[in-house]
Design a protein around this ligand. Structure first.
Ligand code: MN3
Length: 216
């Protein structure tokens, strides 16, 4: 069983004008596909080829030196993009409700404070990388960013201690066709398509997961 690029649950043009169809097509069909192909080339035929992707990237230290960098870059790329497609929706935008909004208010003052904090993390990430909203071990929310295709789950490798529930790709390939050098405009537009139902689902899952880890 090899890793596969997940199907989008919406059309390439569904997120326009926030994210244009050509960018989505190339990003999903070429960039994500390349990470998956290189990940498979690294792990096919090894004992790691069947691990759930988030488990694989959570345990980089256990991998042999010969494939660790390839899994970090391309397994990270696969995990990050798989999350990214799911946390966007043509029906997205607005604000979350319920417990997730309460947690945002506690951590950032209010939703606008969260938006400022997340946007700053995304805008100030030098070069290529990702901005994240995640859940810390005490169940509070946390904003951070990582370089390249690093993911917060790469504990001990990456200084971003949380389980990610929302991620934004700030590599130029994610926005350059439409926004060129205007990364802040792309970040603004992302807020129009955030799928808060999915982020809420991820939040609930992360609480279950971190509670189980503490108990074990
Ligand atoms: Mn990308």
């Amino acid at each position: 069983m090899s890793y596969e690029v997940p199907q989008l649950e919406y059309g390439f043009d569904a997120l326009a004008p926030s994210i244009d169809a050509k960018t989505m097509e190339i990003h999903h069909g070429k960039h994500h596909a390349a990470y998956v192909a290189k990940l498979n080339a690294a792990v096919d035929g090894t004992e790691w080829q069947d691990q759930p992707i988030n488990e694989l990237i959570s345990n980089l230290q256990q991998l042999p030196d010969s494939i660790r960098a390839a899994v970090r870059n391309n397994g990270g790329g696969h995990a990050n993009h798989s999350l990214f497609w799911e946390v966007m929706s043509p029906n997205g935008g607005g604000e979350p409700t319920g417990e997730l909004l309460d947690k945002i208010n506690t951590a950032f003052g209010d939703f606008s404070g969260f938006k400022t904090s997340f946007s700053e993390a995304a805008a100030t990430r030098f070069g290529s990388g990702w901005a994240w909203l995640g859940v810390q071990s005490d169940h509070s929310l946390y904003v951070c960013s990582t370089p390249n295709q690093d993911n917060p789950l790469m504990t001990g490798v990456v200084d971003c201690p949380c389980i990610p529930i929302l991620g934004l790709d700030v590599w130029e390939h994610a926005y350059y066709l439409n926004y060129q050098n205007r990364r802040p405009d792309y970040i603004d537009a992302f807020f129009n398509v955030i799928n808060w139902d999915k982020v809420t689902h991820n939040y609930n899952q992360s609480i279950v997961q971190s509670t189980a880890e503490v108990a074990s």
